[in-house]
Design a protein. Structure first.
Ligand code: 9WN
Length: 440
């Protein structure tokens, strides 16, 4: 947050309107049409914005999500709203069948959820929500309630999801890192046999342009991977032998976990619990991230394909997200800034906001989802990272561009990185929330 330039007129009112319209009474949907349930990392970003409207509502948002946590510690990527027709979103509760297929892994019985996860932004969100009104947070025991759940979530990731054995968290589905059709997944996904076309109905195409969304072939593979994971009881296996055909270490997921371990250390200290364990975890994960995913020649972190492909050559914005990590070696932070501002991501000259994928990459597409368009959560995270690593002017410029683009695009889900033209759905939850957070 900064007071560098006033926010564009209409931003705060517009963002509030979106967040109110998308609020269901206990959580906020990313979009009433396209995404009519509660999503994990969306809710974390949304709470970061809605804390400026009502800290109590932001607390409720996060606690609704945490109430759907499985007893093995995982926070599911979707919590289904039973009032929404089952056909409104695919794959819905009838596909995931968490209460039966997830029983052995500890899925709750009172609510239907998916069985995969999303990036762990939650401890960071809880800390920021607490800071919005520390007295009310303390009075209501917010941190004391969320602390054990957040600790269990991080333990799940550290123990059950270190599937490569090198200390980092692995993802078992392209929906888990939240950047579903990133070109990084093209090679690992090519090994996955898609389910036959016509065996499922894509509800997303009722709400969005097909050219903005993943392809049918992508979906065939997403469905295969999710069905296999479900049919294995949502069990996680160490690399080799059983387990997901898609197994990747993603720098964005791991960077967010490290930032959240730092936040959890602060939360632990505030509730009188042991903070040192989280500081040690953060340091350990930072070393593992640098050791396993840093590519000094490219000046960014890469994804690692644990099913045989090694480091994935594509340049994704996920590889810049470790800029968010406190304690990142100084020369690596400087290299990340150079890469963000270089020809592949173009920040500050070719484009005003960082695109999701290499502007010069073989698969770059300015319209299609995570294959080039600009996303607001990525830019919010990078704005924070730029400030953290001593780049306030670049952070100010990015902030101004994010605010203008958010309003001009009607709080679009994502935008064309060159023109700022709106793509995907409008009145998108985290776009409104994170713009509000940058504005205040
Ligand atoms: C699958 C809700 C989610 C985001 C993801 C984004 C998209 C879902 C979908 O929407 O994914 O989880 O149906 O395409 O890729 O990051 O959390 O906004």
């Amino acid at each position: 947050m900064t007071s560098a330039r006033p926010a564009p007129p209409g931003l705060a009112d517009g963002a509030r309107r979106v967040l109110l319209a998308n609020w269901t009474g206990s959580s906020t949907v990313p979009s009433p049409g396209l995404y009519p349930h509660q999503w994990s990392w969306d809710s974390a970003f949304i709470a970061i914005g809605s804390r400026h409207i009502s800290p109590r509502r932001a607390q409720r948002e996060l606690e609704t999500l945490l109430a759907a946590q499985w007893s093995d510690g995982r926070i599911p990527h979707i919590v289904f709203n039973p009032a929404v027709p089952p056909t409104a979103y695919f794959p819905g509760p009838g596909f995931w069948r968490s209460t039966t297929a997830g029983a052995a892994a500890g899925a709750p019985r009172h609510v239907e959820t998916s069985g995969i996860v999303q990036p762990p932004v939650h401890a960071l969100a809880c800390l920021l929500v607490h800071r919005a009104d520390p007295r009310s947070s303390a009075r209501h025991g917010f941190l004391a309630r969320v602390h054990p759940r957040l600790a269990a979530w991080h333990r799940y990731l550290g123990r059950a999801r270190d599937l490569g054995g090198g200390g980092l968290v692995s993802v078992v589905h392209p929906w888990e890192p939240g950047m579903d059709n990133s070109p990084c997944w093209d090679a690992p996904l090519a090994r996955v046999e898609p389910v036959p076309p016509g065996t499922f109905h894509r509800a997303d195409l009722d709400h969005g342009a097909a050219s903005d969304r993943p392809t049918d072939l992508d979906y065939g593979r997403y469905v295969r991977l999710a069905a296999d994971y479900r049919d294995g009881g949502y069990a996680d296996y160490r690399d080799g032998g059983a387990g997901s055909a898609f197994l990747v270490e993603d720098p964005g997921v791991n960077a967010l976990l490290i930032a959240s371990e730092h936040a959890l250390a602060e939360i632990a200290a505030l509730v009188g619990a042991d903070a040192s364990v989280h500081r040690r975890r953060a340091a350990y994960l930072t070393a593992a991230l640098v050791d396993r995913l840093w590519d000094p020649a490219a000046g960014l972190f890469r994804c690692r394909d644990l099913r045989g492909g090694g480091l994935i050559p594509e340049l994704s914005a996920a590889g810049l997200l470790p800029l968010l990590v406190p304690g990142l070696p100084r020369e690596i932070a400087a290299a990340l800034v150079r890469t963000a501002c270089g020809p592949h991501f173009g920040l500050g000259h070719t484009v005003r906001l960082v695109p999701s994928y290499d502007l010069r990459g073989r698969a770059f597409d300015p319209a299609r989802y995570w294959r080039g368009p600009t996303w607001f959560n990525v830019n919010w995270l990078l704005e924070r990272g730029l400030r953290l690593h001593g780049e306030p002017e670049r952070a100010d410029a990015l902030r101004a561009a994010a605010l203008e683009t958010a309003v001009a695009s009607g709080f679009a889900e994502y935008v064309d990185p060159y023109t700022g033209e709106a793509r995907g759905t409008r009145d998108f939850g985290w776009t409104a929330a994170l713009a509000l957070d940058l504005a205040v």
